[in-house]
Unconditional design. Structure first.
Length: 483
């Protein structure tokens, strides 16, 4: 919104080359708003404006730009400008950029960093992808244990500029081992002459540098912290993770789970940044698997071809039956996947879930079957459909089939996430399309088996082969005359 309001004015300022007015306009905006303005402007004007920003402000604004715009700007800058931007960016934002860029571009950018920053960037990139070491920042405030509260506060005043957060102060020994963390409020309220290590505060909680994304999220959720220290295998502090990094991780995890539940691989990038062949590859594999699964539906219908030939009206309700089963299965699998992700359910709860889904699935099937029964009877009474004089039998068939299909779909949809979790897979891969495909095949079998039982003496009654006409035996007339 801010970008739309200022875009025309900024373009006019740029054409007039009134750089002082341009600097003044940007001095009143926050970095996210400036980034929004830059995104809405043409690439050539974006580069002009960016060069007018102060160094520190430029680095912050740069971190809010989409990856493709960051690449465009980096290609248009000189080595000195690139070095300045990367040097001013926070380590976690810089690492995220270097991870996303092509390897050749990343290598060239690393060459522009000064030795200290280069060593830091390479250390961050050396941790496993998605680990705490990749998203942490080493910019924090740490004090020795023998420093008094008064001295610690003075140390924070002198060294706190440019740090990721000052809400938490860390106590480390001479070897860099993490001993304690203190909220800044606890340090302010403590006796000025008390040693920092003696100040009572909450229990120490730290994250291993190799911890995965889920462990990071679980730790923040459990302990409700705004920042957590990251330590190596020996307990030495190597950085911190702040809550804004967690928000990014949560958003990415939710996006990946939604994409998997839609029946595809996670894109691992914004939609517009995914290449054509990469998009086809990530979607084609699942579609092929689902397509092959659906071919079993045709096979199942082939097995009941004779029944369909006897009464084509039975086949009219196939889409209704199998879609209801697929929908119930998709509902169940979505509920269970989310509950497992939120730790509302554990693997040991599978029997409770099974018990609940059996009864709820049967109840839902009963409800939908009743609707189907009423629909068939009403349509027949109004003359809108012809069930060959057997609307109640047809309605009963649909009713009973829906009870079985919806109940089966609910059970399968609820149990598949548990099975995948037990086997060590992501439950989100039991996507709604996968469950629907499985229920389609079994739903057809249930429906036609019910139809054969209920309608065998009416709509599906076999016709006797036509009897051969009786003909009098052929006799040959013989003329006889008395001799």
């Amino acid at each position: 919104m801010i970008g739309n309001l200022l875009q025309a004015d900024l373009q006019e300022i740029i054409r007039a080359k009134n750089w002082d007015e341009l600097r003044e306009a940007f001095s009143e905006l926050d970095p996210p708003d400036i980034a929004e303005v830059l995104i809405d402007l043409p690439a050539e004007e974006e580069g002009v404006i960016f060069r007018m920003l102060p160094r520190e402000q430029a680095a912050v604004v740069f971190s809010y730009l989409p990856l493709e715009r960051q690449e465009e700007l980096l290609h248009s800058f000189s080595n000195e400008q690139v070095r300045s931007i990367l040097d001013q960016m926070t380590p976690d934002d810089r690492t995220r950029l270097l991870e996303e860029l092509p390897s050749e571009v990343t290598r060239k950018l690393l060459e522009t960093l000064p030795p200290a920053e280069l060593a830091l960037a390479r250390a961050l990139l050396g941790y496993p992808e998605g680990s705490a070491g990749r998203v942490m920042t080493p910019k924090y405030v740490a004090v020795p244990p023998d420093m008094t509260a008064r001295e610690a506060l003075e140390f924070v005043r002198r060294n706190g500029k440019g740090k990721e957060t000052l809400n938490v102060i860390y106590i480390v020994d001479d070897e860099g081992k993490l001993l304690e963390d203190l909220k800044l409020g606890a340090l302010v309220m403590a006796d000025p002459d008390m040693k920092a290590a003696d100040i009572e505060d909450r229990a120490l909680v730290a994250i291993p540098a190799t911890a995965g994304r889920q462990e990071i999220l679980d730790t923040f959720k459990k302990y409700d912290r705004v920042a957590l220290p990251v330590v190596d295998a020996n307990g030495h502090m190597v950085g911190i993770i702040t809550v804004d990094d967690v928000v990014d991780a949560v958003e990415q995890q939710a996006t990946e789970e939604m994409q998997r539940m839609g029946g595809m691989e996670a894109l691992d990038a914004p939609y517009l940044e995914v290449g054509f062949w990469s998009m086809v590859k990530k979607r084609g594999g699942w579609l092929a698997a689902l397509f092959l699964g659906e071919t079993l539906t045709a096979t199942a219908m082939g097995k009941f071809e004779h029944e369909i030939e006897k009464a084509a009206v039975v086949a009219l309700f196939v889409p209704l039956i199998i879609s209801s089963g697929g929908n119930s299965g998709s509902q169940a699998t979505s509920l269970i996947i989310r509950s497992l992700a939120l730790r509302e359910l554990r693997l040991r709860d599978w029997f409770k879930v099974l018990h609940k889904e059996i009864f709820s699935g049967l109840a839902l099937g009963m409800f939908l079957g009743m609707i189907g029964f009423v629909r068939i009877v009403v349509w027949h009474s109004l003359g809108w459909a012809d069930y060959k004089g057997h609307p109640y039998q047809m309605g009963l068939t649909v009713w009973l089939a829906l009870i079985g299909v919806v109940g089966f779909g609910s059970i399968v949809g609820a149990m598949l996430p548990f099975l995948l979790r037990k086997l060590g897979f992501d439950p989100a891969t039991s996507s709604a399309p996968f469950v629907a495909t499985l229920v389609d095949v079994t739903g057809l079998c249930i429906y036609f088996l019910v139809a054969m039982l209920v309608l065998r003496n009416t709509l599906l009654k076999g016709e006797e082969p036509p009897a051969k006409p009786l003909t009098a035996p052929t006799t040959q007339a013989v003329a006889w005359a008395p001799g």
